[in-house]
Structure formats: C-alpha cells, structure tokens
Write a protein that binds this ligand. Sequence first.
Ligand SMILES: [Fe+2]
Ligand SMILES: [Fe+2]
Length: 178
Amino acid sequence: MFETSINEAKKLLSKTDDRAHDINHARRVSENAVSIGKRLDHKNIELLELCGWWHDVGRTIRDAGHEKISAEMLYKDLIKRQKDIKLSKSAYDAIVFHRWDMSPQTLEGKIIRDADKLDFISIERWQACIEHGQFKHLRDMKTLLDQLPDLLKLDVSVEIYLKKIIMFKKSRLIDLVK
Ligand SMILES: [Fe+2]
Ligand SMILES: [Fe+2]
C-alpha cells in the first residue's frame, strides 16, 4: 500500500552518514512499530511500518526540530501520491511528537515513539556508531538508559524492552562509550 513512499524514505536516508539515524535505524524502528502494532491488534500495521521508515527523514534537512520536518515531509509525500487527507494526517500525528521528552497525542504516535526509543538498546546501532567513531548520540542515549523503561508509553513496549535489554547488557557495548 505504501511501497513507493517507503522507497522514497529509503532513497533520502541512503544519503546520510549519521549511523545513529540512518536507513538501518529507520528499518529497525519500522520493525519495532510493526511488532508493537501486532501485539495491540492495530488495524493499520502498514501505516506504522511507513511512519517508522519516515520518522527521522527530516534529519536529512536538519537535526533540530526534525520531528516536525519529517512529519511534514511524509504528509506531503502521501498527498502527492493521492492518499486521503485523514490518513495523511494520522501519519503526520504519528511522527510529529516522537522525541523522548515529547508526548504523542495518538496511539500511532505512542507506537512510533516507543519503537524509536527501543532502538536505544539496539546492538546493531551501537556497533555501527562505534565502528564509525560516532559517539555523540551514544552518549546521549547512555545518559537516558536508566530512565528508558519509564519513558516508554505502552506496556507492550516495556515487555519488548525487558527481552532486549538482556542481550544489550551482555554485549557490554556501553562500556566502550565514555
Ligand atoms: Fe528522531
Ligand atoms: Fe529515530
């Protein structure tokens, strides 16, 4: 249903060198959003998949305020593809408040935000950043790590966190970031 729009997000993300917010991060957030959505019997899994792919595309323009930029870019992309306004607005709402200190107003918004925060403990993400000497975002994530379960909005996200954190701790990647 959203294949061409997802391809557009992939194309834009393929240009970034920011390993914490690249195409692989977008893919994982999209996968996390789909698994949260499935556990909640969400009626539009494809929309969640799409929003996961687009949530950080705004960073290709600028980091500060990228949540709103991403939301606007996706909204415009969907309208351009003749998707209806209500659906395009839900996609906008699902992305616009995804920062850790923001509170999304819709269920889809909570799902995307939690899916994104769950990537704080992605081994793949930490390894990619360390390999490329990109420590800034890892340091930011490290300072928030203890609060992470409390930051998540949905109980199912906490369940996923509890499973993922075991492997993440075992990896000891955190010790490599000062
Ligand atoms: Fe973001
Ligand atoms: Fe993100």
